[in-house]
Design a protein around this ligand. Structure first.
Ligand code: ZN
Length: 633
């Protein structure tokens, strides 16, 4: 690396060559270290699927179902022959509805089948008592990805224009007449418009503790006189429901003004349009391509996936944990599992030390933070258990009279019924939220649990071929990032029992809030070439990155062969990323993760050891004065 490049743009110095030679795949909006690993796994799993299809003798029951379903998603001759016929099942159900009473009578069925409705229920862990699961209530998403697009007239007309054009093409393929298409889109947009003022922005959604708004049965009933919401809730969970957790209070407060008989016809058009988009993926080749057109245009993705990939992903997305478990068991052995687990525990140990040495917390708060760390559950590689609903899937082939929509509704019914059954029960903490074959990792505040699926445990994140410093700059920083989520602006509100409970002294909480504000300021408005970074939207991730790099660097330094150069280079390497302009702009509006270049560079600038090691001075772009640096964990 040239010194000049290092001091100006470290991310570019490390990744310049990669950025120059790497091409964004036509069916993707971007390419990154994450995506490269993902594509490698996709290839492995597609090859495996082809093998399994030829020889099913050794497959377990759920993998056999996966293959049977894959044979349906992959049979495009049959899909094209059936055309839009399978969708009639859903369309007829919606067309029969004429008023709110009719909606009431199909609400349970639609909810179980995941037929798009303007509002719905979900069972999740109780934020206040993580040992129980309760009912949350929320409204649908808007057609555009964020409320901010509706506030900017130019942007709004451009994107609504794009939505109208792509949806027109889709509905025409469905066989609606021009007149019907115009009416459906116009009315669907009119209903969408009613939801805009009562929908949370991406920034508001990022503060997920604010999702928790308990309302008693009486309170809900008083606000929703037009529809028997509580009755529906009780039908779904088959129990008495005495309260709901309302994720979006504005919607519930306006419920009786929006969900009215007068608005019923535009709501019905909204349902037809929304479901036509949603279920396009299960129909003929031209319809599934048209169904993704708006999303591709929004993200600057040039083309749809080819049939083979699409068919694989469609089946894989349904059976993700089943296929993922096989992947984990086959490609991530017990040796690596033990090695990675040791690394995580080492990282937690360093976190304990850092909290002991923390200079801005009182002893009382420190003790509780350490208590929370000591109860942190670590899951690595692949889960011990899968969600039980796969065992109840029963795939019927085309020959048996089925089609992809019938299959999807049947599987939705099983999964959703399973979800509603969890109401008022203790959660099973062995169940993971993502497949072992997914290149990602997460922290779940309701379980005080971190999960590292097998898929992310590869180069450049982790490899036995890489030096320890490189591994610490890669997976080590990811681990410490996930641990830091336990103490970011959201996670910090949950205690060692994973419940929403303030365990901070007043003084410490004020100090933390001040530091979180400083983190917002550090990133807010930073230019990326595609628009400014939103400091508030990305604060939780930036706090986690900042804790992640500090803790991982300290872990690396404990090794004899520690190399700061290798650590910093691999930290920057894992952030390599190339994206379309449209996608970059979209993410700036909706993604709680900041742009990759800032995650790499700003976190380095914010680290005194980095500045010292490369001799950065105030003349350099990578320079950040000490009084501007923000160190939280
Ligand atoms: Zn994160």
């Amino acid at each position: 690396m040239k010194k000049e490049e290092v001091n100006t743009n470290f991310y570019e110095a490390v990744n310049g060559e990669w950025i120059e030679k790497t091409v964004i795949p036509g069916d993707q909006p971007s390419v990154s270290a994450f995506l490269e690993l993902h594509l490698g796994i996709e290839k492995t799993l597609m090859d495996l699927t082809a093998e399994w299809e030829k020889d099913q003798a050794k497959l377990n029951g759920n993998l056999k179902k996966y293959i049977k379903y894959y044979q349906m998603t992959n049979d495009f001759d049959k899909r094209n022959e059936l055309g839009t016929k399978p969708f009639e099942l859903i369309l007829n159900k919606i067309n029969q509805l004429n008023n709110l009473k009719d909606l009431d009578s199909v609400f349970e069925e639609f909810s179980l089948e995941s037929i798009e409705l303007p509002f719905g229920f979900m069972v999740m862990q109780d934020f206040m008592n993580s040992n129980n699961q309760i009912l949350y209530f929320g409204a649908t998403d808007l057609f555009l990805p964020d409320t901010s697009y509706y506030l900017d007239e130019t942007k709004k007309s451009q994107l609504i224009g794009l939505f109208t054009m792509t949806t027109k093409q889709l509905l025409t393929l469905y066989g609606f007449s021009n007149e019907e298409v115009d009416k459906l889109i116009q009315e669907a947009l009119a209903f969408d418009e009613l939801l805009v003022p009562v929908t949370k922005s991406s920034v508001e959604k990022a503060d997920y503790v604010k999702m928790y708004n308990p309302l008693s049965k009486k309170e809900v009933e008083a606000l929703t006189k037009n529809f028997d919401l509580m009755g529906k809730a009780e039908t779904l969970v088959k129990q008495v429901v005495d309260k709901l957790i309302v994720m979006n209070p504005d919607f519930v407060n306006a419920f009786d003004l929006i969900i009215t008989e007068d608005n019923f016809s535009i709501m019905k058009s909204w349902m037809i349009v929304s479901n036509a988009i949603k279920f396009a993926s299960d129909l003929s080749d031209d319809i599934r391509i048209a169904g993704g057109a708006f999303r591709r245009a929004l993200s600057g993705t040039k083309e749809a996936q080819n049939k083979k990939k699409y068919a694989f992903n469609q089946a894989y997305n349904r059976f993700g944990q089943v296929v993922g478990l096989h992947y984990g068991e086959t490609y991530f052995g017990p040796v690596a599992k033990a090695d990675v687990k040791t690394m995580v525990l080492e990282m937690i140990g360093i976190y304990q030390e850092r909290i002991s040495g923390n200079t801005w917390l009182n002893e009382e708060t420190k003790e509780l933070a350490k208590k929370k760390l000591s109860t942190l559950a670590v899951h690595v590689g692949y889960p011990d258990e899968l969600p039980p609903y796969y065992d109840f899937f029963d795939i019927s082939s085309y020959e048996q009279g089925s089609d992809l929509i019938k299959e999807r509704l049947a599987m939705n019914k099983i999964v959703n019924a399973h979800n509603y059954k969890k109401y008022n029960k203790e959660p099973n903490r062995n169940i993971w939220g993502m497949p072992a074959s997914m290149v990602n990792a997460y922290y779940n505040p309701s379980n005080n649990q971190i999960v590292f699926p097998a898929a992310i445990l590869q180069e450049p994140y982790y490899s036995l071929k890489q030096s320890a410093s490189e591994n610490f700059g890669g997976i080590g920083a990811v681990m410490a990032h996930e641990i830091s989520h336990a103490f970011d602006n959201n996670g910090a509100k949950f205690d060692e029992l994973s419940s929403l409970n303030n365990w901070w002294t007043k003084e410490d909480l004020e100090a933390f809030d001040k530091k979180a504000k400083d983190m917002i300021t550090l990133f807010d408005g930073l230019e990326t070439g595609f628009g400014p970074c939103n400091g508030e939207l990305t604060v939780s991730e930036n706090i986690a990155d900042s804790g992640g790099i500090r803790c991982a660097f300290e872990a690396s330094k404990k090794y004899d062969k520690h190399s700061s150069d290798e650590f910093f280079q691999n930290w920057a390497r894992v952030w390599r990323n190339k994206a379309s302009i449209e996608y970059s702009q979209l993410l700036l509006k909706v993604d709680v993760h900041g742009p990759a270049i800032l995650r790499a560079n700003m976190q380095l600038s914010n680290l005194p050891e980095f500045q010292e090691f490369y001799g950065i001075t105030e003349k350099d772009k990578m320079y950040l004065p000490k009084d501007k640096m923000v160190s939280i964990w």
